[in-house]
Design a protein. Sequence first.
Length: 699
Amino acid sequence: MPSLRRFLCFAAAFGIVFMGSAGPFSRAQATNFPVKPPILLGAAWYPEQWPESRWNTDLNLMEKAHIHLVRVGEFAWSTMEPTEGHYNFAWLDKAIAMAAQHHICVVLGTPSAAPPAWLTSKYPQTLRVSENGVRAQHGNRQQFSFTDPLYRKFVYNIVLQMARRYGHNPDVVGWQLGNEFAAPDFGPTAQTQFHAWLKNKYGAIANLNQKWATAYWSQTYNNFNQIPVRADHENPALLLDWKRFVSDTWKSYAQNQINALRPNIDPRQFITTNTMGWFNGFNEYELHSILDIAAWDDYISTDHYDYLDNGARHDLTRGYKRKNFWVMETEPAFVNWRKTNTPLKKGQVIDMAWQAIGHGADAVEYWQWRSAPNGQEEYHGTLIGADGKPVPAYWQIKKLGKEFNETGTALQGTTPHSQVAIINDYDSRWAINFQRHSAKFDPVKEMLAFYDPLRTMSQAVDIVSAQAPLSSYKLVVAPALNVLTPAEASHLMNYVKGGGHLILGPRSGMKNIDNGLNPQGQPGPLEPFLGARVEQSYALNYNVPLHGFFGYGKANIWAEQLTVTAKGSAAKNVHVLERYGRSNGWLDSQPAIVTHSYGSGSITYVGAWLNPPLMKKFAAWALRDADIHPILANIPTGVEVCRRSNAAKDIFILINHSTLTHTIRLPRPMFNLLGNQSVRVSAVTLRKYGVAVLETSPK
Ligand code: GLA
Ligand code: GLA
């Protein structure tokens, strides 16, 4: 009875922990702090904002809620270095030690997102300049210039101090670099660096002129120094290179801090930063090539918790390193920065946290523990109120903490596995966003149009870069792979030749690496392989009917007129699956979806933005064709299935996002980790927002 044994061992470990000895919570070294539990519940804690006399009360309340993690320090530069070169870490030493006494481990934030006033006033060149040329002032945050060498020097120094002090501290489990990398700098330093970056890339200015086709509007440059720094309303080649430069610059900005950390910290301490879902200011895959794990801040994007939308962002984050990740921040019921900051419903806080775990998170951390006594975010949700007492969300989160304790050991070392991959390509998203042609063509929404039915029907989707290894997937979807390089094209062709099923969405293969229109037409280098081409693309503000293999449906926002180009015997393997009906004349009766089979693999091009019912039928076909089945069959609408596994076991996390009660029959008896763990169950009943965590051996 593996589960019961594990449970007993875990329970014992808990007992032992509080006495401070061995087990999964055993000490790393001779301190009060135990090794972190496998699934961590945490909160962002700002001890610098409170008198030390309060800390113990807070930590006590955390411990009672089964919180075993705090993130500390990411906005505390002015407390750590009150004046230039004078450091004060005594408070942080104490805060970490005190947390450890409560069996709480620490992620240290480097304070680079909010420089102190002595720094920015003495060295104003460290402040960022906006695109319209205005230098930032002190008083907010993110006001630094990510290019300025002097700023980087100051950041390096403070991070070095922290690294030397806490790099071997057994109670510190990891590092968060800055906070939510976002706003670039457009000042003179950024300009000089952009010019050097371009020179390094293109060598001679003539080469740049040719690639960017600068004869257009007489943009021809005589030297690199003439090139403007713009993020909007410019030559699309410049705009794309600017984004790539910004990506490289955030990477070197992070590397500067990593240089201070790595030589001074234990390898067991990870380095990460907190990312922001679909934010597309830079290429996350580039940045994550130098980080140890991915982490993100999970705030729902509208005032409605859309679980598919939220789950996609977990899958996106998991794809940065193609392994488990952390939720470094999430909302304890509500935020303060939306138009109307409606709360999650009672129960949804727990639902949302379990969704994170189901999608591969190993930690869920609430922002923030207690509202600051003053400051810009006074209205934000917390666990502790202004009076120092728990708010209602605290009790929900405490319940969650108990559930993490019950399941953590079983979940340890497990991860989601998917047979479907969706490609997220920053170059393509940027290129489309620079020139949407239809304001409604949001590349993320277009990706989600594919994601939603695929996730619902297959119950597991990875979101990865166009360079990721693909051979383990049965189905790969590139929803709008607008910028397609020859190397990516051959990567995709090899995947198909190896038996994979590839689907390309509208606007794929339209652009080359310089964001110019592909001279061989669309879909660029894949055209001969597909055996079909795009004759013309049309932006739509009306529905265009579609009919064919999947029945009737509609296209809106975008429709491409395809033709089959394959000749002779090759044409036998090319099939038109769907055609447009009567609409604007151009599209009437023309192919909209074409597929070409290669042995057991295939490439399919979808030229239209399909409406949801047709997309659902299309996705069902694609999954069937690739021989992909749901992980659990007969699951009611609104119930999400997540599976984390390793060689020895499958853990199913079932979440009822709906308000109806559902009973789910299991295909085989499983141990119910949130119930009586020694009993196998063959069905579970989930009330609204209810969760079941079930363990079984792999089928
Ligand atoms: C104007 C300009 C042209 C071109 C067209 C595009 O007429 O004169 O150069 O930009 O708009 O519609
Ligand atoms: C972001 C920041 C936090 C806090 C929260 C509020 O995620 O990283 O410092 O401002 O938003 O929702």
